[in-house]
Every structure is written in C-alpha cells, then in structure tokens.
Design a protein around this ligand. Structure first.
Ligand code: IMP
Length: 207
C-alpha cells in the first residue's frame, strides 16, 4: 500500500507525538496543519465533540486537498450536568484558572457525586466529505485539590480509580494506556487499513 499524507488539524506537539506513536504501523506520513497552512484558524462552534471534530477535519481536508484528522475533547462532570464539556478549554484563560473554576463549582459536591469523564472524538475526512468518527472515554472522579504535575488541562484534579492516583501523577506513557484520546485513536487505527484500501481503490462504478 502506498504511503499517504495525513494532515493533523492540530499544532499541539503532545497530540502529534501521541498520534505518531499510535499510528506508526500504518503507511501514513503525518503532517501538522501548521506546517502546510500556518495561518489557518478553525473555530469550534458546535455543541458536541463529534460535530466540532468533523468540522475541523473537513475544513483541513478541503483547505489542503489531503486526508485530514481532527480531534475534539473535554471533561464532562456529572454534578455539573456535563459541563464544562465542549467549553473545557474556553471556560478560563489558563490551566490553573480552569482547575480553580472547576474546584469552585464543585466545592459543595459530596464525594460520592464527584464522577466525571474525559471524552475525545477523532474524525477523519477527505475533501469529498467525512469518512468517519470514533469516540473514546475514560471515567474518574474530581478531587478537592490538584495533585501531580504531569499532563495538562484538568489532569491534576482527575482521579483515576484503577490506578489510584490522578492523571497529573502519571507518566505520559501510563496515561496513554487508558486515556480517552488513545482509546479513540485505537478505534480509528483499527478501522484505518480498510479505509486506506478503499481510498486507494477510489469510488466504485456506481458511485
Ligand atoms: P481541545 O480538544 O484541544 O479543544 O481541548 C479541550 C480541553 O479539554 C483542553 O484544553 C483541556 O482543558 C481539556 N482536556 C482534553 N483532554 C484532556 C486531557 O487529556 N487531560 C486534561 N484535560 C484535557
């Protein structure tokens, strides 16, 4: 199978590293959209992760003419009816401020009601349209204070019961074993060989 370019709709080096590690067995040359179109700015205007991921993947696929991959992710907190959700990165300006916002919202919430989950949707598109999207989630609990210095975002306040610590206390490799993003990417990865074969063969005679 010939190597195909895959443009990733992210300039986040951490996400690109994670993608390369997970997709390295496939005949794909990963390129960040920042290398091809440094001034392209993509909004995340929708109310669901799936719609935002599809919108980003389609925008990049149409702008570059290449196969494009995008993700959208965030934290859904049960006691806050799923907030901050798709607004996870926009709720405040910096990670410490976002964590403080969350802890303030949760200050009167008892231990047994502090459930939360990270959600990630990855979407794949060509200039002709959306190819598919895949979701990954991981469930945990919101702590009462930040613990650990690894990761980013809400990791220091996301306690993961199977490991007995927060994501902020985990080395990146350990987090990647179970993270919402790696779960979504593994699903995509399982579907990709068939998808690449179909793209190589092109549309059938009836299409
Ligand atoms: P986006 O997917 O780049 O739009 O990021 C959404 C936001 O959700 C991030 O800025 C973080 O605040 C939060 N988030 C998403 N994934 C994670 C994670 O793995 N750890 C901690 N926070 C995350």
């Amino acid at each position: 199978m010939k190597q195909r370019k895959l443009v990733v709709a992210s300039t986040n080096p951490g996400k690109l590293r994670e993608l390369r590690a997970i997709l390295d067995k496939l005949p794909l040359a990963l390129v960040s959209v920042g290398e091809l179109l440094p001034s392209l700015h993509i909004e995340e205007p929708f109310g669901t992760f799936a719609e935002n991921a599809a919108h980003k993947a389609l925008t990049v696929a149409r702008a570059t003419g290449e196969l494009a991959l995008a993700d959208d992710s965030g934290l859904e907190v049960e006691a806050l009816d799923g907030r901050p959700g798709v607004l996870s990165s926009r709720i405040a300006a910096t990670d410490p401020q976002r964590i403080q916002w969350l802890l303030d919202q949760m200050k009167d919430v008892p231990d047994e009601q502090r459930g939360a989950r990270f959600v990630c949707v990855v979407a794949l598109a060509t200039a002709a349209g959306l190819v598919g999207s895949w979701e990954g989630t991981v469930a945990g609990r919101i702590t009462r204070k930040p613990l650990g210095t690894h990761g980013f975002g809400y990791d220091p306040v996301f306690y993961y019961p199977p490991f007995g610590c927060t994501f902020g206390q985990l080395e990146p490799e350990r987090k990647n074993e179970v993270s919402h993003r790696s779960r979504a990417l593994r699903r995509l990865c399982a579907a990709l060989p068939d998808i690449l074969r179909q793209l190589e063969e092109g549309p059938g005679p009836d299409e």
